[in-house]
Design a protein around this ligand. Structure first.
Ligand code: ADP
Ligand code: MG
Length: 255
């Protein structure tokens, strides 16, 4: 299969099984630099497994992942992971480390000390007061903790940002505000972003392209506009119907 010459990230026929479960079942997709891609699908559809093949937290049984043309299996995991910002599913901060230590953990594992000024800069980037650096994670709100998670992912100045259900644990208002913030960061830092979410509304509002997964396969690859216009097939449209129906009911209430 030939790749688009400008692919920043490319999945080539990725498969991964766990026992009898085909978690990822032959996924191919090419992502161009600067895209904000949402990977949407029901729980268990294979989103996290696919995302983790990029930073080699999961090794595929077959197929390959190319990052800027290089097969990720040719890169030592620490070298690879320094080029990728990764926001974990759930909150994922180390509870026994301060906010500053959490942000600096990636560079520290690579034997480098992140300067205090850089930690302050990263906190500012996610619109947190630099004073929170000495706090422990449990002294922050859920939204603040997740912003620390984003700051930590950006510490190594990655060009690729991977996020796995980054806002899943948050209340709707915090979630919305944080989504907008991340989109602005994506644009300002000229990132290429892949965000896993089960929430089609979030995908439609933030992403420039939506990949829909079902039973380990990509069943739709569309822009938000096209999805809203009815493209993508039944599984995609069933997911689009949820926020659409909600919007209708709300419009009905205020009429
Ligand atoms: P999603 O992120 O879309 O919810 P996952 O990629 O986590 O889906 O999981 C896809 C399928 O693979 C599920 O059936 C899940 O139970 C299975 N799976 C994922 N990781 C493992 C694992 N480490 N061991 C066994 N089964 C797994
Ligand atoms: Mg998942």
């Amino acid at each position: 299969m030939s790749a688009p010459a400008d692919a920043f990230l490319e999945f080539r026929d990725i498969a991964r099984t766990y026992g009898h479960v085909r978690a990822v079942d032959g996924v191919s997709a090419a992502i161009a630099p600067g895209e904000f891609v949402a990977l949407v699908g029901a729980s268990g559809s294979g989103k996290s497994t696919l995302l983790k093949t990029v930073n080699r937290l999961v090794v595929p049984d077959s197929g390959s992942v190319l990052l800027e043309g290089t097969d990720v299996s040719d890169l030592a995991p620490p070298v690879l992971r320094r080029r990728i910002g990764y926001v974990f599913q759930g909150i994922g901060l180390f509870p026994h480390m301060s906010v500053g230590e959490n942000i600096a953990i990636g560079p520290r594992l690579a034997g480098k000390r992140l300067p205090d000024a850089r930690i302050a800069e990263l906190l500012e980037l996610v619109e947190l007061d630099p004073g929170v650096r000495s706090r422990m994670p449990d002294a922050l709100s859920g939204g603040q903790r997740q912003r620390v998670g984003v700051a930590r992912a950006l510490a190594g100045e990655p060009h690729l940002l991977l996020m796995d259900e980054p806002f899943g644990a948050l209340d709707p208002i915090t979630r919305d505000a944080l989504g907008e913030r991340v989109l602005r960061l994506h644009e300002r830092l000229r990132l290429t972003t892949v965000m896993v979410t089960h929430d089609m509304a979030e995908a439609l509002l933030l992403a420039s392209r939506v990949l829909v997964m079902d039973s380990g396969a990509i069943v739709a690859d569309e822009t938000p506009r096209a999805l809203l216009d009815g493209a993508g097939g039944r599984i995609a449209q069933d997911l689009v119907a949820v926020p659409r129906e909600q919007a209708k009911r709300l419009a009905g209430l205020s009429a």
